[in-house]
Structure formats: C-alpha cells, structure tokens
Write a new protein. Structure first.
Lengths: 485, 239, 351
C-alpha cells in the first residue's frame, strides 16, 4: 500500500499538513505543478467539455475567416488545374517551388507531435501529459495538409493513380526506386500510425465525453468510444498497444522526414546532393514542430481557458526542448555550410554566392530567426514562461524555417552546372494564395477538431495527479513520483 | 539479317568548330516535333521549350569578346539521372536503341526528372499547347502533340529511327548509315551535326568518334552521354 | 439459479483494494470480478494478477505481411514488367531496404491495433454494466454473483465500505457478445473486400471511365485522316504537287490497258477489302458497313466524272478514308481507269 495514500481519500483530496510553514510549501507546489494540484475529475471534465461547447462569436468569426482562406486555396487550385501549372512562377530550371517547400514544412511541423506523445511517453516525461493530444492533432492535420501538396504540384492530377501500387491492366507498377514513392509509403505509414496512436489514447477521453454529453454528440462519442469502460484488461491492452506503436512510430517519424529530404538528396542537383540532409531535415522538423506546438499551446490556453492545465512548468519545459532543438539545427546547418564552403567546389560556391548575394535578405532573416532569436532568448526561464515572448519567438522560428525550406527547394535549383540555364525563381499569385490558404485550412481543421475532440488528454493528467504526491524530507515538502507500472 | 532485335547505339557528334549558332536546328526540331512557339514573355520567364537550344557563352573582355555556341539537347545518357527518379516509369532506358525514352501518356508531371537533369534539357509543358491557325496543319502526324502537365525532351527523332527500322525490316535488309537523319541534322547548313549508329563500325560517327578534339558535356558527373562534342579551334580555355 | 451482476463505486484506491479482498473471501473468483477506472491502475494495487494478453502474434503477423508486400514491390514487380532505368539494377538493395522498413512498420502497427480491438472485443455491441461516474474518478468493482445469497453478501460488503453507488441486476441482462461480434467483423471484412475489389473493375478496364485523354485526339491531321486540306494560298510546296481544294493534283493519265492493269493490282490491295474484289461493294469489310459500301460497277459510279472519283480517293468520303498517303497521284489515276473498266467503259488505245 502507498504510504502517503494509506488513508481512504480520493486522489483529488490530498491532506494538507497542519504545520503552517509546510502547508505554505504545499500550497506553492500546488500552484506551480499541475500534477500536484488535483481537482475532482468531475470539475475538470466539465472545464474541458464546456470549452468544447464554446462556440461564441469569436469562434464563428474565426471559422469564417479561416473558411475564407480555405475557399481561396480551393479556388486557386481549381484554376490551376484547368489552366495548367504555368500560372505559377516555375520555369525550365526551377521545376519545384513553394509547393514542395510546403510539403516539407507541413510534414516537419508534425514531427513534434509524435515526439511528444511517443518518445516522451517512453521516457516517462510527465510534462507532456496535458500537451500530448494537442501536439498529435498538429501532426495529423499537418500531414493531411502536406499530403495535398504532391497532388497540387503534379502536372496531371487525373493520372495520379499511376503512382499507386494497384494491380491494373497495364501491368505496370510504380517505380519503387524513386524517392517520391518512398515518400508516399512513408507518409501513408506515418499518417495511419499517428491516427491509430492518437485514437488509442483518445478512447478513455471519448468515454468520458460520451458519459457527460447529450444528443448528437453523445451518439458520435458512443460509437467512437467502442464501448470503453476502463476495465483492467482494456487499460492493460491499451498500454501494451501504445507501447508497440510508440516503439515503431519513432523510427517511422525519423524515416518520414528523412524520406522527404531524400527527394532532394537523391538528386544530383548541387546543394541538394548532401549526405547530411536526412538528419538535418529531421532536426529542422523537430525544431519547427516544437515551436508550432508551443504556438498552439498558447492559443488554446488563452481561447479555451486552459490556464489550469497549461502552466508555466509546461512552457518552461517546451522552451528548453526548443532551445535544445535549436542547438541541433544550428549544428547541422553549420556542418553543411562549412563543408560546402571549405571544399570550394565551383557549383557549391555558386550556391553560397547566391545565398549571400541575390537571396541575402531572406538568408540573413533566416539566420536571425533560427539562430539569434532562440539562442539569444530561450536560456532565460523568464522568457520561457512568458507567453507573449514565446509567441513571438515561435513565430520567428516558423518564418525562419519556412524560408529555409523555400530557399533550399527553389533557390538552389536555379543554380546548375550549365550557367546558361540559371533562371531565378519568383513566386506568383497562385503559390502565395495556395500557401496562405493551406495554413488557413490547417487552422480551420484544428479549430473544428478542438470542438469535437477533448484536446487535453484528461486521463493522462489524472494518472499523473494520482501518481504524484508530496513527501516530507526534513523541513521540506518535496514532490515525489510513483512508478505505477 | 533485318529483325527487330538489332541493338543500336545512336550517337550524335557536334562539331563546335563548324557550328555558327544559326539556330536552323532549333527551327527544324520545333517543326518536326510539334513544339509550339513560346511567346517572348515565356522566354523571359525562363520557359524556353526548345528541345535543342544554342547556349551562348561570352568569353573575354571587350573589345576581345568571343561568343561560344554550344548546342545542347538531350544527351541520351547511358547512366541517366532522370530515369530512376520517375515514380511511374515514364522515363526509362530503351535497351534496343540505347536511348532515354520519355513516355508521354505515362507521365504524371512530378518534374523530378527535370530537376535531376544536369543539362536541364527536359521541358515541362506548363500550359496546353496552342498553335495558331493554320499552323496546326503543318504538324507532324508521327509525333504526339503533348498535353499540359507532361514532360518532353529531345528523342533523337525516334519517330524517324522507327520509320527507318520498319522500312529496313520490310525490305529485309539492315539499316544503312545515313538512312536515319534527325531533323536538326537534316537542317544544319554547316554539317556540324553528325548522327549515326556507333555500333556500326562503318558509320560516319563511329569513324569520327576517335578524334583528339572530342569531349563529352559534364563528363565528370558520370552520366555517360551519347553525344560527343568536338572542341572548336581557337578556344582559349586553360590560358 | 439466476446469476446477478453487481457494481459498486468507490472513490479511492485503498477502499477498493479492501473491498476486492473481502469479495474474494466470499468465494468470488478473480475472473468474475472486474475493476473499472478512469486511470490505469496496476493490477497488484488491488491484489490481482495482470490480465493475460498476447500481442506478439499480432505484431509479428503484421510484420510478416509487411515483409511480403515489400518483397512483392521490390522483387516481383520489376520482374513482371522489366524496365531498365539509369544504371540501377532491377532490385537494388538500398531502395528495397526502405520498402521493407516502411511496410514492416505500417503493418506491425496495424497488426497491433487489430490485436487490441480483437482482444478487447471492441466495438462492444451489447449492454454492459457501467456507471457514468467512473469517468469522474470513481473506481467501479463489478462482481458476477452466482446466487442471490452471495449477491446479498456482496452488497453488504459494498455498503460497509460506503460505496457511492450500488447497482444490481440479473446477469441475464448482460449477454455475451458472441455472434454479434463475429457478424460485425465479418461484415466489416466483407465491406473491406468489396471496397478493395470494386476499384479493380476500374483498374482492369472492365468498367471504362471516360478518362480525360488529352493526347489521343489532337489538332494534328493524322495519317489517313480526311479531308485532305488545301494549303493556304501563299504556301510553297517543298516536294510534290500543290494540292488545290476541289481539283485533282495532276493531269489525268491516259486510260490505257497498262494503266488498267496497274489499277487492277492496286485495287486489289487498297480497295477490294471494302468494295469487293469484283467492285460490287461486297468486300469482307464492306459487308459489315452500314450504310452499305457503294458498288463501283453500277450506274452511280458510271455517272461520276473522273475528277470526282480522283477526289474521292484522295480526300476520302464519309467512312472511306483518304488514300492519299498510300497512293501517288499516278497510282490514283490508274485506279480511276480501272474503276471505269468495271463500269464497262472501253479502254483507250495503248500509247
């Protein structure tokens, strides 16, 4: 029996010590740490369920705005299908542009979700408890939007089924030697794996929503909850399956963005043909992904009034994570730059000249946003726990990482071996509209999802709260953590 | 002797000493292969769609400036970087003709091959082709008019190669040297382009290949092109 | 004897553990008790053994399926239709390794998930003993009592420990899943099979969709496609005669027996299949046409002028294609002469 739980009180009614000094410490711990501050689950359930029903004016304004962006994206896409890819700014030398950069970017921001829910789960990091589902939803929707881009950028959408490995009367199968096919398999694997993983962890919360809602919502939740009751067997099997999926999805996560980067690295285009692209892109993905998760955390904390769930400790931990990822990204980028610079090979020199010449404003903005901003600020706990500061920092990082992708994809392509074919790329209206529109589409899907799916994984929070306690050591009250399995 | 299994190694020799940069080959190729004429706007946007183009490089400082002409077209690489990257096998290697073949109706338009070509000879149809009346009557019925979203490139006039093979087969004799003439070779007034089967020892190309002026474009990349360039005289490279 | 299903809710772990011990003392086996909660608790907290599960077969089974699919993609498909691409062999190792990795990962995850659903008997389509307060933090102890007497004892245990809720019902109200579950998965499987097989009808062209095929029908004037159009007024011919609309391309060749002989030979190659060897419209292909292929030995043909016959052969008419590709103008005049002979016109003297 647990020493500190020898009394018969529910985990949400811990006993406070009588000593005033000690009680103060407990109070302080309760403010700081979510897991030391349990509330009756009925109350917490109500907070989350209420936030899901919150469809006031601001919500509908947001839906309208984002819906408008989505419509702009769809309309531009349809025009592009009928007019031809020529409406974009692509040319004979630069055949890949922002569409591919968007593909890379959206897959990238999805990586943090898997890392947080799978890797941090295996590492038993408790700070991930309230964040996991919000992060996973970014992964899911980011992947869904990213999967649109190969369709958008392709010349003949109506023949895209040629790329699918289905038996057909032509007796032709796709070319598994092509990096684009590896991409397809990897993204499919990742999206299915992420959905299954999220669904597993969602089951207990769907059961909670089923139990406390009415009408059409109750019907949906009842179907989706599959009859979950929370029996020992169900929990045990859910944990085992989550374990298996965690172990498998972490290498898949690495392989997805590596695969996407190999679209570039497998070619012989100078600047692209680099062995470091795999790890470089994964580091960049985690970097931008963690920043995206922090942005979403800030937004939902404010708009859905989750101040109870998302506290300074979480932003502090994520800020530290972001700082570490920024170091990793800087390391890889420097490694790439210095090898190219030192080797002095003509084509790579030409590309570096372009970066510091024609593309200098973008290049230096990227360096500022990805190096100066995080490293210069995130070392301070005050900054990490200040939400406005983190918002600005994360927006800068998104801008910086986006520029990095676009420069690598369409910038590098304009420099190839025969200088007669050097043509600079300038984006045209369709690329801009579709890019902004897909951001809007992603935000719209996310917004609607927050009203349908409980965005805080409540059972994980309760589990953390039940397993954490305080323990008196000498004159101090310190948090302790129990290993429950 | 004539059968459908004879393997050819179609080779083109470009004598840079003779090339005057007159662009007759460009016009002939566009006429033969149903290539629509792009507008000036499109050219300025970098969307020139000629399968063969004369690359012009300036050498030296004014007033000792020289223009060097380099006709560049698909090099029909033996180790083509455009082939393994196509996810639908629209670009593959014909082992009988030893040519890099582009299948228009299989092409989905991912444009990976275009990025991977170091010579940038692959053309993408960004728009549907448009031919002003009555120029559509001039189109070659032997060559597909490519729709939008499809990659294309120089084929060494494979339609003429096929016709030559079929004629030779029908007449039960082997293909003779000089029987198959691509449009650019046919049009070149300076005889700078020579085309033939390198596997035929008696052909003109086979005899011209061992030339001390001979080089291949971007040879260091390992693409094994089937096109030999003969260095022009009076080049100041290396000085 | 009727069995009874009971449910007691308690708000903390310690009490629940005590209750479980006391219920076990009443003779209820572990397998007839269930503990339900909104947080995962380790089984030994309640003094119970961890429930059995076996995921290995599912995960490994999935992995095996993945390996098979990857083997198919990387080894079999290149050999079904070998296509040579730039310098790589048919089954190069590095891309194959990627295939194996991805497909193994995908199907391992799917296998584990299917194992999860099957072992939990999800989705549960029958009524279950449950209370909504379980998701508010209460721990539920579900007991299957074999008789009414035991049921009363269990209820007493529950009430002794201040259960927040006590439910009791005839166990018959909670049937086993049994057939329903099988039917569900069977139905799902069948639906899945149909969903997989129906697109095959499309991919094997059994059901033809009018796919957009932009390149089959183009502006190009194809071979044998009529009508043969005249060149614009200022066009300069490179070779051959100038074709002017409505006029034959050359002067008529004289109607000599030699010309007719040549015409006969050409007729048998180019025209006989439709118009018949005897020119009466009963050729092998001609019989299948509707409307009928016109005969050439009758009055209609005799009424046509030579120029008209020449133009029909050159330009085509209705279903008849233009034969200008196959026949030079001289050949065409030979056939015109031969056709005249069919109608009975006498030949001119040889020259």
């Amino acid at each position: 029996m647990l020493e500190s739980r020898a009394d018969s009180s529910p985990f949400w009614q811990p006993h406070d010590p009588e000593d005033e000094h000690l009680a103060e410490q407990v109070e302080h711990g309760r403010e700081e740490h979510l897991l030391l501050d349990p509330l009756p689950p009925a109350e917490n359930n109500a907070i989350v369920l209420e936030s899901m029903n919150q469809t006031g004016k601001a919500f509908w304004m947001a839906v309208l705005g984002l819906g408008g962006l989505t419509l702009a994206f769809l309309a531009t896409w349809i025009v592009q299908i009928f007019s031809g890819i020529g409406v974009t700014g692509l040319n004979r030398s630069v055949m890949w542009g922002p569409y591919i950069a968007n593909l890379i970017y959206f897959i990238g921001i999805g990586h943090a979700g898997t890392f947080i829910s799978a890797a941090l789960r295996l590492l038993r990091m408790d700070f991930k408890r309230p964040i996991a589902r919000a992060a996973e939803l970014i992964t899911l929707f980011g992947l869904a939007v990213a999967a649109l881009f190969p369709i958008i950028h392709v010349g003949r959408i109506w023949k895209l089924f040629y790329m699918m490995p289905i038996p057909n009367q032509r007796e032709l199968w796709p070319n598994f030697r092509s990096a684009l096919f590896w991409d397809m398999t990897a993204i499919t694997t990742y999206i299915i794996g992420s959905t299954l993983f999220m669904y597993l962890a969602l089951l207990p919360d769907l059961a909670m929503a089923r139990d406390h809602s009415t009408g059409w919502r109750r019907k949906i939740y009842r179907t989706l909850a599959l009859g979950w009751r929370g029996t020992e067997g169900e929990w045990h099997k859910m944990e085992s399956t989550s374990n298996i999926l965690s172990y498998v999805i972490i290498p898949v996560m690495f392989s997805v963005h590596t695969g996407v980067s190999w679209n570039l690295a497998m070619s012989i285009q100078p600047g692209w043909h680099s062995t470091v692209f795999g790890p470089f892109f994964v580091a960049g993905a985690l970097f931008s992904g963690v920043a995206a998760v922090i942005l979403v955390m800030i937004v939902i904390r404010k708009t859905m009034r989750f101040g109870y769930f998302l506290r300074e400790e979480h932003f502090n931990a994520m800020g530290l994570f972001l700082l570490i990822m920024s170091f990793t990204w800087i390391y890889f980028y420097f490694a790439e730059w210095i090898t190219n610079w030192y080797g002095n090979l003509p084509m790579e020199k030409a590309i570096q000249r372009m970066l510091t010449g024609d593309l200098a404003p973008l290049f230096y903005l990227m360096l500022f946003a990805n190096i100066v901003v995080p490293v210069g600020t995130l070392w301070s706990r005050r900054v990490r726990t200040s939400l406005p500061a983190m918002f600005v920092i994360c927006v800068f990082i998104q801008i910086g990482m986006y520029i990095e992708r676009v420069v690598i994809v369409s910038g590098f392509l304009s420099r190839n071996e025969l200088p007669f074919n050097w043509v600079n790329y300038t984006p045209h209206l369709p690329e801009v509209l579709i890019t902004i529109g897909t951001f809007g589409f992603l935000a719209l899907m996310y917004l609607l999802a927050t009203r349908v799916v409980p965005i805080i994984p409540l059972w994980e929070v309760y589990e953390g709260q039940a397993m954490q306690a305080t323990r008196r050591i000498g004159r101090a009250i310190l948090p302790t953590r129990t290993e429950s399995h | 002797m004539a059968d459908n299994t004879t393997e050819h190694k179609w080779t083109m020799i470009v004598d840079l000493d003779k090339c005057t940069g007159c662009q007759a080959c460009v016009v002939a190729c566009s006429a033969e292969n149903n290539i629509p004429t792009p507008s000036e706007d499109e050219i300025l946007r970098g969307r020139g769609n000629q399968w063969i183009r004369i690359e012009r490089y300036w050498e030296g400082e004014y007033p000792n400036v020289k223009a060097r002409f380099l006709p560049v077209f698909c090099q029909q690489c033996g180790n083509a970087p455009c082939e393994p990257v196509c996810p639908v096998y629209a670009s593959y290697h014909s082992e009988q003709e030893n040519l890099n073949v582009q299948v228009y109706n299989r092409c989905v338009g991912t444009r990976y091959c275009g990025n991977n070509c170091p010579y940038r000879v692959r053309i993408f149809n960004y728009f549907a082709p448009h031919f002003d009346e009555p120029l559509e009557q001039q189109l070659n019925p032997d060559v597909t008019v490519r729709g939008p979203g499809v990659m294309e490139k120089c084929t060494f006039c494979i339609q003429r190669i096929r016709r030559g093979r079929e004629t030779a087969n029908a007449e039960n004799r082997p293909l003779e040297d000089g029987e198959v003439v691509p449009a650019c070779v046919q049009a070149c007034p300076a005889d700078a382009l020579v085309f033939g089967d390198k596997y035929d020892e008696n052909s003109r190309v086979a005899q011209m290949v061992p030339n001390e002026r001979q080089f291949k474009l971007l040879e260091h990349m390992g693409t094994e092109p089937a096109v030999y360039y003969l260095k022009g005289g009076e080049t100041h490279v290396g000085e | 004897m009727t069995k009874f299903m009971l449910l007691g809710l308690f708000d903390n772990v310690t009490t629940t553990a005590t209750v479980v011990g006391e219920v076990r003392d009443l003779g209820i086996k572990d397998s007839e008790m269930e503990i339900m909660s909104n947080i995962p608790y380790a089984s030994n907290i309640f003094g119970r053994k961890t429930p059995r599960q076996w995921f290995l077969p599912f995960a490994l089974g999935g992995m095996a399926v993945g390996v098979l699919i990857a083997f198919f993609m990387s080894y079999i498909t290149p050999r079904l239709y070998p296509i040579e691409v730039g310098g790589q062999g048919l089954t190069p190792v590095p891309p194959s390794a990627i295939m194996y990795f991805e497909f193994m990962a995908l199907f391992t995850m799917l296998g584990a998930f299917v194992g999860f659903l099957l072992q939990n008997r999800f989705p549960i389509l029958v009524r279950q003993m449950y209370d909504e307060r379980i998701t508010e933090g209460y721990i539920g102890v579900q007991v299957l009592a074999p008789s009414e007497a035991v049921m009363e004892q269990v209820v007493k245990v529950f009430e002794n420990h201040h259960a927040a809720v006590v439910k009791r019902e005839d166990a018959a109200g909670f049937p086993n899943q049994g057939m329903r579950h099988l039917l569900f998965w069977g139905g799902l499987g069948a639906a899945g099979l149909v969903a997989v097989l129906v697109p095959l009808l499309l991919t094997y062209d059994v059901v033809r969709l009018p796919w957009i095929n932009t390149m089959k029908d183009t502006v190009v004037v194809k071979a044998q496609e009529g009508p043969r159009r005249a060149a614009p007024p200022d066009a300069v011919p490179i070779q051959g005669p100038v074709l002017i609309a409505g006029q034959p391309a050359t002067e008529r060749l004289p109607d000599t027996p030699e010309s007719r002989e040549r015409g006969a030979a050409l007729f048998s190659i180019n025209c006989a299949m439709c118009h018949g060897p005897a020119g009466n419209g009963e050729g092998v292909v001609g019989l299948k046409h509707f409307p009928e292929t016109p005969p050439l030995d009758g009055e209609r043909a005799a009424a046509l002028s030579d120029d008209a016959i020449f133009l029909v052969i050159t330009n085509g008419k209705n279903r008849m294609p233009s034969l200008a590709e196959n026949l030079s103008p001289g050949d065409t005049w030979d056939i015109v002469n031969y056709v005249r002979s069919l109608g009975g016109a006498p030949a001119e003297a040889g020259q």
